[in-house]
Design a binder for this molecule. Structure first.
Ligand SMILES: C[S@@+](CC[C@H](N)C(=O)[O-])C[C@H]1O[C@@H](n2cnc3c(N)ncnc32)[C@H](O)[C@@H]1O
Length: 253
């Protein structure tokens, strides 16, 4: 299982939080009984669910002990659990899962079962990165394919998540109303190696887990110039980081 560092993950919280707001804007629930945050992470966004629906019971779960501890420190009653083992309780009117299901290879099989188990007039909203072919990920895979790194880390490929049309078909087959879209955010980052810093909190976690600290430092040193060439500094020192994200909402009838 991938290890997580809540502080490192939160270092881009303004940029990373944006899709959560955009996803939430398309959830029409007025007075839900239970709201679930699947893969709640450090809980800073879970709190927004409580603010929007103060009358709802909130369920938050995550499979990382570090993330659950960070969420609890924020006052979120998070539970340590794997989404694979989760099934909706009968009063579940809203489910949000933001930037999680790309880590769950079984999710295309789980989604129809989750939605079928929801009551009528319930909402299921998901967001996953759609950038596995972008240089930020492709360069990591390319480097891991060099003889000196080959076989050290098992990384997810370009097929980690379905395309928007794939989600639309999956969700439409449940009979729910479906709303699917994608957005490419153009994040303006600052700092010496901002894309390396960004992916260190997410996509590079499995690499960090698989390598010794010395090898991980060497891997990052080899990756840094490649990322710098793909995402050059602008004259003012900032760096544009395009990030495609896929959103899907199902509203049960
Ligand atoms: C990129 S973070 C997103 C956290 C939060 N949803 C947010 O939007 O900031 C991914 C989270 O998914 C969790 N996660 C990954 N696989 C999971 C699984 N199988 N079950 C539960 N949580 C999982 C990780 O522990 C991590 O906290």
């Amino acid at each position: 299982m991938t290890s997580w560092d809540p502080a490192l993950y939160l270092s881009f919280d303004d940029h990373r939080g944006r899709p959560f707001h955009d996803l939430l804007a398309r959830i029409g629930a007025r007075d839900p009984r239970r709201v679930v945050d699947l893969g709640c992470g450090p809980g800073h966004l879970t709190g927004l669910l409580a603010t929007r629906w103060p009358g709802a019971e909130l369920t938050a779960l995550d499979s990382s002990a570090e993330m659950v501890a960070a969420a609890r420190e924020r006052g979120i009653d998070a539970t340590l659990a794997d989404v694979v083992d989760w099934t909706p309780e009968p009063d579940t009117d809203v489910v949000i899962t933001n930037a999680v299901l790309q880590w769950v290879p079984a999710h295309p099989r789980l989604l129809p079962a989750w939605i079928a188990a929801l009551p009528a007039d319930a909402w299921f909203g998901l967001q996953v990165p759609g950038n596995f072919a972008a240089p930020s990920h492709a360069l990591v895979r390319e480097l891991l394919d060099q003889p000196r790194w080959r076989g050290t880390v098992d990384l997810r490929g370009d097929d980690a998540v379905p395309e928007p049309g794939g989600y639309a078909e999956l969700l439409a087959a449940t009979g729910a109303e479906v709303d699917v879209w994608e957005t490419t955010y153009l994040h303006r980052l600052t700092g010496a190696d901002p894309v390396l810093a960004w992916i260190s909190g997410t996509a590079l976690r499995p690499v960090r887990d698989a390598l010794s600290p010395a090898h991980y430092a060497r891997f990052r040193a080899e990756l840094a110039p490649r990322l710098r060439a793909a995402y050059p500094h602008r004259p003012d020192g900032s760096t544009w980081f395009p990030f495609r994200r896929i959103f899907a909402v199902a509203h049960t009838r």
